[in-house]
Design a protein around this ligand. Structure first.
Ligand SMILES: Nc1ncnc2c1ncn2[C@@H]1O[C@H](COP(=O)(O)OP(=O)(O)OP(=O)(O)O)[C@@H](O)[C@H]1O
Ligand SMILES: [Mg+2]
Length: 475
């Protein structure tokens, strides 16, 4: 166990870390922070949910000079939600330092951002397009930057942001420090590193699998037309706290979230065609637990950290192994366990094998639960709900009616009906989804050289104080 004190973190940041409930440094933090503190460029690779954000945020905070009121560091991220989240994590860590971080991203009023930039934030997190926009307007100056972070750099390349990133980096001083982080490091990233970094040190966690070891992976062979019914059954059987369901296209996401709502689940969709306000509302509802299910395109696959996500569903099989690794990494974070469920049509079974090969993991095949099993789970959930309400004594106002009913009817019949009413009722509402044609790159890009499995401490437990890892209900 390595404490943050041992890796030389200053006192105000240590205090914030304690407030956040981190007890020890995660392996990537333990390895990357001391190197970053020396000023070296770093390429950091570690599995999803293992604390890469703090691994780059802490060294930035140690470097920022609060007496200077200009931007001293930027972190570039592929999506707006991630830019916001990274900024929030930086601000939490900066709580006792006087350092401020500001997210700037597309879809938000530019005037509002200009006003906020004038207040002199020390750190900016943003998406490439909007960062460039501000650079062109001269509302953001990067000539006194000392650190640049590229979070999810491989995704930014995939999304075609290379030119934007080049243009942003041109505005920064030669002698800045560059930190590049992701759970996956395909080949083109090495070219990017050679181009933009100075003698970078590769800080990589040795692990057998690219995927997080705390995520159990299973797949179901399902015909396209049966996917929705199987999904509902699985949701009933597993009864997740929070789940993310990934769909291939925006239309798919919309249809799927509508269909789930028709069947009585609390779900909302997230994709790039929503306006920023709608995107923010959906994310906040999900973070606050006002919806249980987030249905999303790959826009939510990278970096998004919502605690309490117990299940990830690949309703449509991801297009490439990287996407798979990141999608399923939305669960099993910070040492908790999670379950990743992938649907593969009979023609897609080969892709399951390619993903296994590329990610060096095992995806176990499972039989589809029967209708009876799903029903049994629905009843169990209703029963648990009822017991909970009785224990909480939330029935006083119904006592008189209950007494009257009991005089006339059989007690078993009454309780059974109450259970029936508590069970989800909309199971038979017909829904229709447009079928999606698979698009699969079939080019595994992940390379993991290490053969040896190093038992990384995070496996044992690195989590927040007082948070017990919750096992997904077993199949
Ligand atoms: N040392 C620590 N102890 C406990 N929890 C931590 C620690 N460091 C980070 N965390 C928490 O773990 C969660 C995952 O961290 P983070 O989002 O940085 O992961 P990541 O490695 O960037 O994952 P991804 O590859 O998905 O982007 C966050 O909720 C974060 O606050
Ligand atoms: Mg991350």
């Amino acid at each position: 166990m390595t404490t943050f004190q041992e890796i030389g973190i200053s006192e105000p940041i240590q205090r914030a870390i304690t407030d956040m409930g981190f007890e020890e440094a995660s392996p990537i933090q333990e390895k990357a922070i001391p190197v970053a503190l020396t000023g070296k460029d770093i390429i950091g690779q570690a599995q999803t949910g293992t604390g890469k954000t703090a691994a780059f945020a802490i060294p930035i905070l140690e470097k920022v000079d609060t007496s200077k009121k200009y931007v001293q560091a930027i972190a570039i991220a592929p999506t707006r939600e991630l830019a916001i989240q990274v900024s929030e994590e930086i601000n939490r860590l900066a709580k006792y330092t006087g350092i401020t971080s500001l997210p700037i991203y597309g879809g938000q009023s530019i005037d509002r951002q200009i006003k906020a930039l004038k207040k002199g934030p020390h750190i900016i997190t943003g998406t490439p397009g909007r960062l460039l926009d501000h650079i062109k307007r001269k509302t953001l100056k990067l000539d006194r930057i000392s650190v640049v972070v590229l979070d999810e750099a491989d995704e930014m390349l995939d999304m075609g942001f290379l030119e934007d990133i080049e243009r942003i980096l041109k505005e920064t001083p030669e002698d800045k420090q560059t930190l590049l982080f992701s759970a996956t490091m395909p080949k083109p990233i090495q070219n990017l590193a050679e181009k933009f970094m100075r003698d970078p040190e590769l800080v990589k966690m040795k692990a057998k699998e690219v995927t997080s070891p705390t995520v159990k992976q299973v797949y179901y062979e399902v015909n396209e037309r049966d996917k929705f019914e199987v999904l509902c059954r699985l949701l009933d059987v597993y009864n997740p706290d929070l789940a993310v369901i990934f769909g291939r296209t925006k239309r798919r996401v919309d249809e799927l979230s509508d269909a789930l709502n028709k069947r009585g689940y609390l779900a909302e969709g997230l994709h790039g065609d929503l306006n920023q306000r709608q995107r923010d509302v959906v994310m906040n509802k999900f973070r606050d637990g006002n919806i249980d299910i987030l249905v999303a395109t790959d826009v939510a696959a990278r970096g998004i950290d919502v605690s309490g996500v117990t299940h990830v569903y690949n309703f449509d099989i991801p297009q490439d192994p990287e996407s798979y690794v990141h999608r399923i990494g939305r669960t099993g974070r910070a040492g908790k366990t999670g379950l990743a469920i992938t649907f593969a049509t009979p023609r897609e079974i080969g892709q399951i094998r390619s993903i296994e090969k590329a990610s060096k993991g095992k995806i176990q095949r499972k039989p589809i639960p029967t209708v009876a099993e799903a029903k049994e789970s629905i009843q169990r959930v209703a029963l648990e709900k009822m017991v909970h309400l009785v224990e909480e004594e939330e029935y006083k106002e119904f006592k008189q009616s209950a007494g009257e009913l009991l005089e006339q009817y059989d007690a078993i019949a009454l309780v059974s009906i109450a259970l029936k009413l508590l069970s989800k009722e909309q199971r038979d509402v017909p829904v229709q989804l447009t079928s999606e044609t698979p698009r699969y790159a079939n080019k595994p890009k992940i390379k993991v050289k290490e053969k040896r499995r190093v038992n990384y401490k995070g496996n044992k437990q690195f989590g927040r104080k007082g948070e017990n890892s919750k096992r997904p209900k077993s199949l």
